[in-house]
Design a protein around this ligand. Structure first.
Ligand code: ADP
Ligand code: ZN
Length: 623
């Protein structure tokens, strides 16, 4: 062990010395320097094996020695002009394999001889220390792979993923079937002169199965799957992203037929020139390289690029032009039937109790994505295993669902009596307000046991999957959200911080009603959601597409709406003050109140014993 360490250190020092002498030779100037005209001749004679341009110096490696030297350098009068003039030749020679690699390193205007040497020496010293310290720590030295794409070769290990593993997205699968057919038998398509897209964009929220679909396409077609995330292209160093893109496509062509999957393509692909401040060169260069590669590969290469994003709207239009990502497939969150199918897929390797109805679970999980559903079954299974039960029950699923929606129960958290009282009043306020709002989802359970970040919770069960919200529904939701705060004000004569999340959500709803959905008479049916998005620093911000005057009116209207909702809420709670008190004392005594108990109380009946209830109770299963 000790010996090996010494050997590696000696090795590093030796490499360093060689590098030093190479750089001294390079920047010491005149070594092996040849006239520019000779450079052109060497290119013409297909003699150049590789080259690097740094500033106005070009260093060439040759296939056969020139005047006895394998490596020569020359000065370029106009490096940028050289680059532009040579581009076609370079691509041509790179394709035929004459030119193995080349690089343009961003250069300085000043002569490099004066100061680059000390910088490089210092850099190498730091590098040495880094390699010894960091490189040792993680065995596979990251430096070795610097400009290379950190791709993952998908099909190599693990089981093959096919369309059967992806459920509830039948239309998406049909669209992708064409790609599968092409990859299986490209000749059939090219013989017919059929045009197959180079790139397909999968657009959809996180967890809807975009990655899974891409993998399934590769699995169905039996081709290699190369995946990379858009953010992997982004590095601090200019030029690294672009070289990673190049490397990615080179790898793909080598192992073709293949699928390249670029996750989060928006990280590199957002609109160019839509930013403030510097630091964009790197991203633009990377994006440009991506465009070049997309244009550059031929149909016959057998490579298809799939990319995923949840923000197709911020992508640079150049990416979506014909020959690039000219086809978009929208992957949406599953509907009830889709959810049931996804649950079935993930339940395959789990043992379910006979009482478990996946259909009921599917109906109760409106808004869950495929990832959420897979997580749901997994959490339930973990709970069953922990409690040493061989099968998974509906109760496990209920607890898993509550955990996913609101975080785990935190019974052990220390709670002061005062806090419990505030929480009880707050939650009772939500529940009573919701009860009196005709369009509101029914209350399923009220609890003052902390869960996740919340101190207490009032659960409602959505009546059905609905894609539309009416103005009345939105308004009543706001009233329900304000129930907690209004109850605190009315019954505790003081207000707490516990309502901050409610207020955020209510305000957002109100603002959407006014400025987004045109639901306010004074502003008319106009959407004031703003114009283009602007890149500021690391994030996006909407640019206002309207005047300051309108902005003022929007703020006023939001306030009017919120005030109206708050007053409405206080009216309800004042009217039902008696009920409020009963519910608060029940909660302080029992910690939770079921939907049935709550309904009994509101109807003026005796509050019965709690029957075990789950979030699935109020699901209508129409057979
Ligand atoms: P995305 O790429 O859209 O963020 P993923 O493909 O990474 O989503 O999905 C994450 C996980 O969720 C998958 O590995 C899979 O277990 C599950 N999943 C998502 N959608 C589906 C689906 N339609 N069918 C089956 N499982 C799914
Ligand atoms: Zn609340």
């Amino acid at each position: 062990m000790k010996n090996r360490k010494i050997i590696t250190i000696v090795l590093y020092v030796a490499i360093l010395l060689v590098a030093f002498s190479w750089i001294l030779g390079l920047f010491g100037g005149k070594v092996n320097e040849i006239p520019y005209s000779q450079v052109m001749t060497l290119f013409r004679q297909n003699q150049v094996k590789s080259f690097v341009v740094q500033g106005d110096v070009i260093v060439l490696k040759l296939h056969t020695p020139y005047e006895g030297k394998n490596e020569v350098s020359a000065l370029l009068a106009d490096p940028e002009g050289f680059r532009q003039d040579m581009q076609p030749t370079l691509e041509e020679q790179a394709k035929t394999g004459v030119l193995e690699s080349y690089d343009f390193i961003a250069g300085k205007e000043l002569s490099p001889y004066d100061f680059i040497l000390p910088i490089i020496l210092a850099g190498l010293a730091i590098l040495l220390v880094w390699v010894l310290v960091v490189g040792r720590a993680n065995q596979n030295n990251p430096m070795a792979n610097f400009g290379r794409a950190r791709t993952m070769l998908g099909q190599a290990k693990g089981k093959k993923i096919t369309f059967d593993d992806v459920a509830g997205v039948d239309e998406e699968k049909t669209e992708l079937q064409e790609v599968v057919d092409f990859l299986r038998n490209p000749k059939k398509f090219t013989d017919m002169g059929a045009k197959i897209p180079h790139g397909i964009l999968l657009a959809g929220a996180p967890g809807t199965g975009k990655t899974l679909l891409a993998k399934a396409v590769a699995g169905e077609a039996g081709v290699q799957f190369l995946s990379i995330s858009g953010s992997d292209f982004m590095e601090m160093y200019v030029g690294v992203g672009a070289s990673r893109v190049r490397d990615l496509f080179d790898q793909a062509k080598k192992i073709a037929p293949a699928i390249i999957f670029i996750d989060e393509i928006d990280a590199v692909g957002r609109k160019r020139g839509s930013g403030m401040g510097g630091g964009h060169d790197e991203r633009e260069q990377t994006l440009n390289q991506l465009l070049v590669e997309m244009d550059g590969f031929a149909k016959t290469d057998g490579v298809i690029v799939l990319a995923a994003t949840n923000r197709p709207d911020i992508l640079d239009p150049a990416l979506l032009r014909p020959g690039r990502f000219d086809r978009q497939i929208h992957v949406s969150a599953p509907d009830a039937k889709g959810r049931e199918e996804i649950l079935k897929v993930h339940a395959k390797d789990k043992r379910l109790d006979a009482s478990v109805s996946l259909k009921t679970v599917a109906l109760a999980t409106a808004g869950f994505t495929g990832a959420d559903l897979s997580n749901l079954l997994n959490e339930a299974a973990i709970k069953a295993v922990r409690e040493d039960r061989p099968v998974l029950t509906m109760d496990d699923l209920n607890e898993a669902m509550m955990k996913i929606m609101a975080g785990p129960e935190k019974r052990s958290r220390v709670r002061l009596q005062k806090d419990l009282k505030i929480t009880a009043v707050h939650e009772a306020g939500h529940a009573v307000a919701m009860y009196s709002l005709p369009t509101h989802d029914p209350v399923h359970q009220i609890s003052i046991i902390p869960r996740g970040y919340a101190l207490g919770l009032t659960w409602t069960t959505p009546k059905e999957d609905s894609n539309h919200l009416t103005r009345n529904e939105m308004y009543e939701r706001i009233v329900g959200l304000l129930g907690g705060r209004a109850a605190e004000e009315l019954f505790l004569k003081d207000i707490s911080t516990g309502a901050s999340n409610d207020i955020d959500r209510a305000s957002k709803l109100a603002r959407d009603m006014v400025a987004r959905y045109g639901m306010c008479e004074n502003l008319g049916t106009i959407s004031y959601t703003g114009g283009d998005e602007l890149f500021i620093g690391r994030d996006y911000e909407k640019v206002k597409g309207y005047s300051e005057k309108i902005a003022g009116t929007i703020d006023d209207e939001v306030k009017v709406l919120m005030d109206k909702a708050y007053d409405h809420c206080k009216q309800i709670l004042t009217r039902d003050a008696e009920k409020m008190k009963q519910i608060v004392s029940f909660l302080l005594e029992n910690e939770t109140m079921t939907g049935q108990q709550f309904a009994d109380c509101m109807a003026g009946k005796e509050i019965g014993q709690a029957e075990k209830s789950t979030l699935f109770d109020s699901v209508k299963t129409e057979e």
